[in-house]
Design a protein around this ligand. Sequence first.
Ligand SMILES: C=CC1=C(C)c2cc3[nH]c(cc4nc(cc5[nH]c(cc1n2)c(C)c5CCC(=O)O)C(CCC(=O)O)=C4C)c(C)c3C=C
Ligand SMILES: [Fe+2]
Ligand SMILES: [Fe+2]
Length: 371
Amino acid sequence: MPSTFAPEPPYTHGQAERTAVLLCNLGTPDEPTAPAVRRYLAQFLGDHRVVEIPKLLWWPILHGIILRTRPAKSAAKYASIWTPEGSPLAHWTAKQATLLRGWLGEAGHAVLVRHAMRYGNPSIASQLDALKAEGATRILILPLYPQYSATTTASVFDAVYTWAARTRNVPELRFVNHYHDAPGYIDALARTIETHWKHHGQPDQLVMSFHGVPERTLHLGDPYHCEARKTGRLLAERLGLREERYRITFQSRFGKAKWLEPYTQPTIEALGKAGTRRVDVVCPGFTSDCLETLEEINMEVREAFLHAGGQEFHYIPCLNDNNHWITALSRVAQQHLAGWPTEAPTAAALADARSHAQAGGAPAGACPVAH
Ligand SMILES: C=CC1=C(C)c2cc3[nH]c(cc4nc(cc5[nH]c(cc1n2)c(C)c5CCC(=O)O)C(CCC(=O)O)=C4C)c(C)c3C=C
Ligand SMILES: [Fe+2]
Ligand SMILES: [Fe+2]
């Protein structure tokens, strides 16, 4: 009878056990074209964590209307922010993994670090397969979402569980739910803003804009709203801003349902109409610049503010490859790695792992565990 599990390489043979971190982000289309955006949106909006409408009702809307109309419009927006390195989200996420690898590989430590995308490439399953092939027997799943939401964080976890369910020799797994109040993360955000203000002076209003989610998810127990507001409050406290100097808003509404309020664009338009001269916008929930920050905020919302009578609009970039942010991320990782060996394998461990493959009378290379 054929096995339901794919054959796995006897990956521990000739290798010592390794600890790994998998940074997970949302994902992005492979190209700024309608077919590539359609493939991406089909996977994204077909995820029941993202759109909680029963499949029987949602599928005809998604495949009959949304995936026929939205990809071309979204592709044009993606084209407006695309860089020679590709999608900004993909570029920054890959760079964060490279920089974190430097941090976690220092002083005799040898933690493997990779990145994966929940939708699109490189997929979570392909990166978990690759880590296993490199000898990872302990994997920390670290979503690049500081605030927990079932729509994002839990969906990453779903993809990991799905991979584990088809894997025979499952590594030890740990999951980071959130770090919305981690001092290093708040400090990195504050320093980015302070650096901007050092060069450009302070605004009349600082708007902290977070991605929205449907309001009903808050009533159903999703902590995202509270975590986003707490990040905002801690950031304001760290900056020494009094309440009248900042707002916490929610952007990127999708569909007709009520989402978390206040909405970013109407709030900023109202500020412009009320005579607010300068608004600065920062997006603390996005750890990488992406379509929602570079196009929606820095293009659409900027234009709406200036059109409403505002004079100056400053967009403050996301944490991206900021040194303080990578330090904060490494602290979050280290806290969750506690108790797991992270040292580089010793020569003795490597020799032991190599010799066991020939030992014990089993077919050469067949035994998965040193004995
Ligand atoms: C930061 C956290 C995010 C949450 C929470 C989130 C929820 C959420 N998003 C949609 C629908 C769309 N989001 C889109 C883009 C997008 N969303 C996030 C992050 C969160 N989304 C990011 C980082 C991005 C940008 C990706 C990039 O390639 O740069 C899009 C696609 C773009 C478009 O066609 O407009 C959609 C659609 C829902 C429905 C939702 C919660 C229910
Ligand atoms: Fe989104
Ligand atoms: Fe709340």
